[in-house]
Ligand binder design. Sequence first.
Ligand code: FE2
Ligand code: FE2
Length: 283
Amino acid sequence: MGATVVDRPAPEVRRLRFEWPDDLDPDWTPLTPPLAPVANAVSLLMPHVEPYVVRTVRDELDHLDGPLRAEAEAWVQQETAHHGAHHRLNRILIGRRPSLGRIDRWMARTFAWIGGRSRRFDLAYAAGAETVAFVVARWVDPRTGTLFRGADRTATTLFLWHLAEEVEHKSVAFDVHRARGGGRVAYAGGMLAAMVVMAWFTLLGTFAGLVASRQIWRPSTHAQMLSWSFGFAFELLPAMGAALIRGHHPSEMADPHWLPVWLRSYDPDTRTMPEWSLDLVET
Ligand SMILES: [Fe+2]
Ligand SMILES: [Fe+2]
């Protein structure tokens, strides 16, 4: 792979303040009941996968220069803010749902085992995980109105802020991977590994959530989740295929429309942005 040329501004670092009630309902999407267990499972994974990819990219900073170094530094700060925010939510969720604590510990052991075995693998995993995260954002963006209708607004804002920044910085880890000599096959392999780990733990965490919320035997829950899974696979598989095409760069993947617009409403003075509501997507 050739040299990496970056001509984008570095991502903006936004440190949002979230205030969580101690009695937050773990089933915070009452009108779309299967969504909260899935989202909670994803949230649980973030303070494990993100510190791993942050360590990976941070260890390469001294080998980067120019705009890519500035981008990578901002990326590290964005990711650190993401998993810090998820960690606070997760403490509440585990407090209310102890079964999630066991999965959390399993996640910790998994990433302790994965991390640091091979610098090349770690970089490929970081690049691949970022593409998976971008695809999640692209799948969620046009569905926010149906997925989050009636949901807890703070939790919704956390997830959508995170996804919006995944869109903003979708190319950074790939460029670091490439600048440090990573190839296309490794990138595709990293993406596959990241997807498998995410799918497995999302499944496990979702199962625990569905049992705890007594949805596990509800046919409509499974029908809903099956439809989401097919829709997401339809979004993800072409992206994975494109990753193998020579010359493909993540910047060529079309951004979703709403999330980047909403992200611009961040106010650095108050460290807030308008909490998500139906009005925001319907106007
Ligand atoms: Fe993130
Ligand atoms: Fe990211």
